[in-house]
Design a protein around this ligand. Structure first.
Ligand SMILES: Cc1ncc(COP(=O)(O)O)c(C=O)c1O
Length: 385
């Protein structure tokens, strides 16, 4: 089976792990953690970073630091991994699920502007969603698949309404938008994931980037809100720090971030060109103003093809190709079925036509050719094209 996305651990990972074990620094204090934080901040174009135990915990603590409270609403695009919304729920808040822009599959800024103007109002210095009288506390754009959201439209809107922006950049390290790196796009905080299927991995892990003032609070909150060396805690914090062992793997991975991202971008371009002649099969979004980190790649099947998508996936698996469906929008998921959601024409129209194809950084040209030829044959057989 040609896997969907496998890590490449052939750099300094083993040596750094060995160093960790010999030093006995295996927990959340250790030189690799600090080195990892510096490397993430540099790669993201941000002043500082705090390493966390996962992307989800990073999102949670970032929302807490941004002031999200029980009963609040946080604006989140519906087409995202469920962890984006779960982090909101962990705060006792609710996601307000928005539709996506068809050009990027990211939060639609035009819709955002419309709902802030029409469905919200000010009430004693608080921005309230009129329908439910809940405070709107933050906006969480997601840089889906490593492609930055339209931040030059979203951030000024957030500023106009006094809303903090906590960006979910889980898969976006290495991407840029209008010449700026993803951690330098105006969000108050941007969160990355380093789980096993990300372009660079720690096995599991995350990081939050932003200005030092906010990060100090995040560092404090994610270290059980402990004061100094004594067991003195000034609030209910979290045990959310990354371990030195995970950071050791992460440092070795980050040494090759540019190489990995370049390979991911080559794979995405390869699929785009290879399928350009199939009239009804579309590419993943490729907005002019951003350089996607191209975390995952694949194709978009034509309208009315959701049954064929399942058939094609099964056919590809028989050919030894690990093709997968993509995220089901959150407003269609059981835990978020009753969350407030604006019109979802785009997310509902596209999600079950997206097929993710093998895109490991270790994939060979031969494997890519086999994947392309199999998709072409499969599409012909299923009359998809
Ligand atoms: C968009 C998005 N947000 C959040 C997460 C959560 O990250 P983690 O698995 O590190 O908790 C992921 C992980 O896949 C993701 O893709």
């Amino acid at each position: 089976m040609i896997p969907l996305s496998m890590p490449d651990l052939s750099g300094n990972e083993a040596a750094y792990l060995q160093e960790c074990i010999q030093s006995t620094y295996v927990s959340s204090v250790g030189p690799f953690v600090y080195r990892f934080e510096r490397m993430v901040a540099t790669a993201a174009g941000a002043p500082h970073a705090v390493a966390t135990s996962s992307g989800t915990s990073g999102l949670h603590v970032a929302l807490v630091a941004a002031g999200v409270q029980p009963g609040d609403l946080v604006i989140v695009p519906s087409l995202t991994f469920i962890a984006s919304a779960n982090a909101v729920s962990y705060c006792g808040a609710q996601p307000w699920l928005m539709d996506i822009d068809p050009k990027t599959w990211n939060l639609d800024p035009v819709l955002l502007e419309e709902i802030l103007a029409e469905e919200c109002q000010w009430c004693d210095d608080r921005l309230i969603r009129k329908a439910t009288n809940q405070r709107v506390a933050a906006i969480m754009p997601v840089h889906i698949l490593g492609t930055p959201a339209d931040m030059d439209a979203i951030v000024p809107l957030a500023r106009r309404y006094g809303l903090p922006v906590v960006a979910d950049g889980a898969a976006a390290l290495g991407s840029s938008y209008r010449g700026r790196k993803v951690g330098d796009l105006g969000a108050d905080l941007t969160v990355f994931s380093f789980n096993g299927n990300k372009t660079v991995t720690c096995g599991g892990g995350g990081a939050v980037v932003g200005c030092e003032e906010r990060l100090q609070r995040i560092r404090h909150l994610s270290t059980t809100a402990r004061l100094g060396d004594a067991y003195d805690h000034d609030m209910i914090g979290f045990n959310y720090r990354l371990t030195n062992i995970q950071a050791a793997v992460g440092c070795a991975q980050l040494e090759r971030l540019d190489q990995f991202v370049q390979k991911k971008q080559t794979i995405r371009a390869y699929y785009r060109e290879a399928f350009a002649s199939l009239a009804t099969v579309g590419p993943f979004p490729n907005p002019d103003d951003s350089q996607s980190a191209a975390w995952f790649s694949g194709i978009v099947l034509p309208n009315t093809a959701s049954a064929s998508a399942e058939e094609l996936k099964n056919y590809l698996r028989q050919q030894g190709i690990d093709a997968r469906p993509f995220w089901k929008p959150l407003h269609l998921q059981k835990p978020y079925r009753h969350a407030p959601a604006t019109r979802q024409t785009v997310s509902e129209g596209v999600w079950d036509r997206i097929m993710v194809l093998p895109c490991s950084t270790t994939i060979t040209d031969l494997e890519l050719d086999h994947a392309v030829a199999s998709v072409r044959r499969g599409c012909q057989q299923m009359a998809v094209s």
